[in-house]
Design a protein around this ligand. Structure first.
Ligand SMILES: Nc1ncnc2c1ncn2[C@@H]1O[C@H](COP(=O)(O)OP(=O)(O)OP(=O)(O)O)[C@@H](O)[C@H]1O
Length: 198
């Protein structure tokens, strides 16, 4: 995944001012930076939720199997159970869903698959959203603060899964403030003053 010379302003305020970034297949890269520095804005551009004022990004808008996103807001479908949410990318692609239960188990929410998002904690919803993001083994994965609401044990499981997804060949970019995520990264980038350094 790649950003080249990306600029983005909101309401006349320039947030991204010439961002260059590249994450290769098999690489897990973390993105840190002060609150409000533009990490979420950059992830939104990379996955095609938003468009740069100038510069270019890839993959941009694409299929779930090409680029999956774990947004801060999670975006689980409230009318589907956790298991149905996680199975959704596979069903949309006409693929086998038999691995979903094991994935929920790995993240410590195996007993909650039949519950709806409104019937579980936010941390449990976050793990379901992580499972949904990785289940179709996307080529690129963007995760925004994926451990923000997790306890230490759940965070270890989540970080281990993200590392494995990269080891299996995905390009993984994670915006995070947590050292536990930076520790498994191949590279740590910092977004500050509208630019990425690393
Ligand atoms: N759609 C938008 N409209 C107006 N301003 C926006 C929009 N999206 C982001 N911003 C502004 O751009 C700046 C960067 O926001 P962003 O959410 O990307 O920061 P962040 O680094 O992800 O912060 P945090 O670590 O707190 O999640 C902020 O000042 C924010 O208010």
């Amino acid at each position: 995944m790649q950003a080249t010379g990306v600029h983005r302003a909101f309401g006349g305020v320039s947030v991204l001012r010439g961002v260059d970034l590249a994450v290769s297949a098999g690489e897990l890269v973390t993105l840190s930076g002060p609150s409000g520095s533009g990490k979420t804005a950059l992830l939104s551009l990379l996955c095609g939720f938003d468009f740069p004022d100038s510069g270019s990004v890839s993959p941009g808008a694409s299929s779930w199997s090409a680029c999956a996103v774990l947004p801060q807001s999670l975006g689980l479908a409230t009318e589907l159970t956790l298991e149905e949410n996680v199975a959704l990318p596979l069903r949309l692609a006409g693929r086998d869903v038999s691995g979903v239960a094991d994935l929920l188990e790995e993240l410590g929410i195996g007993a909650l698959g039949a519950r709806y998002p409104g019937q579980v904690s936010f941390g449990q919803q976050q793990r379901a959203a992580l499972a949904r993001a990785v289940v179709a083994r996307p080529s690129a994965l963007l995760a925004d603060e994926p451990t923000a609401h997790l306890d230490a044990v759940s965070a270890v499981a989540a970080v281990g899964l993200l590392r494995r997804v990269a080891d299996e060949g995905a390009a993984v970019l994670i915006a995070t403030h947590h050292d536990a995520v930076h520790e498994v990264a191949d590279r740590v980038l910092v977004l500050a003053d509208g630019r990425v350094r690393g």
